[in-house]
Design a protein around this ligand. Structure first.
Ligand code: AYL
Length: 532
């Protein structure tokens, strides 16, 4: 029977076979099977590609990029809304061994330059409306020498190459002999702050991504007659792999919408007769409560998945009862490609559900590292083929997350119920999540310290119904300065992506509580915030 000790959590599902192939082989092989089925279509423009076309264009783009000198190990960055050409680019890059490191398209120019400086990208793929911002980002002296080429999707724009011309390549230079080791070579490099500090490049191998798609296959049962909506951004691991390639591997039709706008989203769901919806808790909340939802037909939906942040049992029930389709809760991290657990219907609402196959987990005491007992809080740890290779150029952060025995420490606190199911209750790590987006406190603290009036700062998350947490700053001012909390907020707002704004407010303090070694005592600040 299933093992239900917090010391040794195993999957109740038998292991699955994970093919030892490169990602391009894994997906392009399926394109031959699903041939003339629509692989991806764009809701607003109607632009679409069949599976055969996806493969053909991926090979043409790979051929064109190969001719332009792109080679195994090179890094490219994307900064774009969701588009049907996105999977073509990823598959072309995968064929060449080129690493895709996607950026949040809402980044400011400074945020984008920092990422490009860090990930070492040699090209960027964007859309015309973002080109001015991208140009500003790559004019940064620490970046400008390295970005060789900028491409735009959509239409041709002065100052950039046009992605479409890559799709028109004759395909003759497609390199058939790129030597890819699926377990060692990096395919994707999204950014995540992990348990502490600034965002880091998460090195995910071909095998990591192939594994997670196989681990989910029998649980999510996506069939070729399904239609999946690509609502979540392709720059985040959830939209990038679970949604986009979970759909394409299984022969379903992926329908892209550029961004979440309530009415457009509902219209797309209705008109396209979407059957699979991947979302985050704020969208579950919207579907459970908003009057507008009643005006649209969502009866084709067979299930919805919510991931990236906790979804309460009450909200799960409320939404399921209103709309009549089941909601599955997924749990995982960018560092785990991303899914570790998933609660499929009828399931165990409020828990993270079943461990995916080929994966083991345990709950350990934060101080001693020893396994906890049923009902006791411990840090959730995992090991499995979806575990990242490590963080780019950061062995220390890698070693802090993956211990010498290979366990990845999630930074999440949970307990095991009597029935063996795990509930994630809190976060040990400093990460703040706003609407499922990562808000790394260290990044905001670093930014606050650049303000001329600020001598010290700490940022924590204040729990807020429906959105997760709101970032709040505690700020120590330099002597004899006059500045208002609103001015500090504004200063931050002008320099960060909207999800990182200080929506939880700014408070002035005489001193930031710290340990003798200088570590911020976030718990003390949290307790203070909850008292107030
Ligand atoms: P990142 N419940 C509670 N916390 C969660 C959950 C959940 N279901 N899912 C993610 N988190 C938190 O890298 C948790 O703190 O990846 C975790 O360490 O942006 C952190 O978010 C990781 O944040 C899917 C689809 C999981 C997507 C994902 C997650 C990707 C989020 C399962 O089916």
């Amino acid at each position: 029977g299933p093992v239900t000790s917090p010391a040794d959590i195993r999957s109740r599902i038998p292991d699955v076979e994970i093919p030892d192939v490169s990602f391009a082989e894994f997906i392009l092989g399926r394109c031959d099977e699903f041939k003339d089925n629509i692989a991806v279509s764009d809701y607003l423009t109607g632009r679409k590609y069949t599976y055969q076309q996806i493969k053909d264009f991926a090979r043409r783009v790979a051929s064109a990029l190969h001719k332009r000198g792109y080679k195994k190990g090179d890094v490219i960055t994307t900064s774009t809304l969701n588009l049907p050409e996105f999977p073509i680019l990823v598959l072309a890059a995968a064929s060449l061994g080129v690493i895709v490191s996607p950026a949040n398209h809402m980044y400011t120019a400074a945020e984008l330059s920092r990422m490009l400086e860090h990930n070492g990208a040699c090209a960027i793929f964007t859309i015309p409306q973002l080109l001015p911002l991208v140009k500003e980002a790559i004019s940064d002296p620490n970046v400008s020498g390295r970005i060789k080429e900028t491409f735009t999707f959509g239409h041709e724009e002065e100052g950039a190459l046009f992605f479409h011309t890559l799709m028109e390549d004759d395909g003759k230079s497609f390199p058939e002999n790129v030597d890819i080791d699926p377990k060692k070579d990096v395919l994707l490099m999204p950014y995540s702050s992990g348990t502490t500090g600034l965002p880091k490049g998460v090195m995910l191998s071909h095998h990591n991504i192939v594994a997670n798609i196989m681990q989910l296959r029998d649980l999510l049962r996506v069939s070729p007659d399904e239609k999946t909506i690509a609502l979540l951004p392709f720059f985040h691991i959830y939209g990038l792999t679970a949604v986009q390639f979970g759909s394409l591997y299984n022969g379903a039709q992926l329908v892209t919408i550029p961004r979440f706008e309530p009415e457009m989203f509902l219209k797309a769901m209705h008109e396209e007769k979407i059957t699979i919806l991947h979302a985050v808790p704020p969208i579950v909340l919207f579907l459970a409560k908003h009057p507008m939802v009643a005006n649209f037909d969502l009866s084709n939906v067979s299930y919805m998945v919510s991931g990236a942040a906790p979804l309460s049992e009450s909200l799960t029930m409320e939404c399921q009862n209103r709309l009549g389709f089941p909601i599955f809760q997924g749990y995982g991290l960018t560092e785990t490609s991303p899914v570790i657990n998933i609660d499929c219907h009828p399931g165990y609402p409020g828990t993270i559900g079943l461990l995916v196959p080929n994966t083991k987990a345990k709950l350990v005491d934060v101080d001693t590292g020893e396994p906890v007992k049923v009902g006791e809080l411990g840090e959730y740890c995992m090991d499995g083929p979806q575990k990242m290779l490590g963080y780019l150029n950061n062995q220390q952060a890698t070693d802090e997350m993956i211990d010498k025995d290979g366990w990845l420490h999630t930074g999440d606190l949970g307990y095991m119920r009597e029935d063996g199911m795990v509930v994630i209750e809190d976060r040990l790590k400093e990460l703040i999540k706003y609407k499922g987006y990562q808000v790394p406190p260290a990044e905001l603290e670093g930014l606050l310290l650049t303000h001329p009036a600020v001598s010290d700062a700490s940022v924590i998350g204040i729990p807020e119904e429906g959105v997760g947490e709101l970032p709040r700053a505690y700020v120590v001012l330099k002597p004899d300065v006059t500045v208002t909390p609103e001015e500090i907020s504004k200063f931050v707002e002008e320099r960060v992506t909207p999800s990182k704004r200080l929506r939880g407010g700014v408070e002035f303090l005489a001193e930031i509580p710290k340990t003798p070694s200088g570590k911020i005592l976030r718990r003390v600040l949290k307790a203070k915030a909850l008292q107030a």
